[in-house]
Design a protein around this ligand. Sequence first.
Ligand code: PGA
Length: 248
Amino acid sequence: MSMRPLVVANWKMQLDSASSVALAQTLVQQSTPVVELVCCPSFPALSAVAHVLRGSPVVLGAQDCAWEERGALTGAVSPIDLQAIGCAFVILGHSERRQQFGETDAMIARKMRAAFAASLIPILCIGETAEEFRAGERAEVIDRQLRVVLRSGITTTSALCIAYEPVWAISGTGHAAMPEDIRDAHARIAALVSDHLPSTVVRILYGGSVAAENLRAILALPNVHGVLVGSASQHASTLLPLLSVIDS
Ligand code: PGA
């Protein structure tokens, strides 16, 4: 397993194609071999960003994919098409998709299966809501949401990322989880992974208000192999300082 921290930039629906290309160009010029960097633009920008990243160490990811390779699925995007245009990773089960698009664990399991079949590395997002956090249900939620991995067709050679993203710490809140919360959640995920999964390459990421200011402390925690960054990844003025924290 690579010891370099993985930084996944989730640009969500925040950047148009021109801004996505411009940011990708900046990253290609600045990127250092110390970090493994994955950019996840919105679908219309993927091809243009793929072109910019070609031949560079910066990797391309998508923000979602369909659960079939082909089919009568209006509006959906095939994982094999994503792979063909140069994506290596795909974010699945992000809390915004669960909450605003009604994605269920059953749907996410099917998407993971399709992603593995297309040789994409899924970045499975899990994490409790504020309500579940207050009710002390974090462990239960993590266990339940991780069960999709067992139904995903994962094999001993599959690579997988699991992003712990407590919903109450994601975009807009500006408050990352406390180190104790991250430590607990990641320990639980690591234990479940080693108990139940084949000897797969699994990296556990933290996501939720990650920024240059808190990155070093988060990456120093046990079982944290990288971060999934939303807001701070969408502009060079916040992303470059974040990357240089790892660099220094
Ligand atoms: P944030 O988003 O960094 O803006 O909190 C993280 C995410 O939603 O993946």
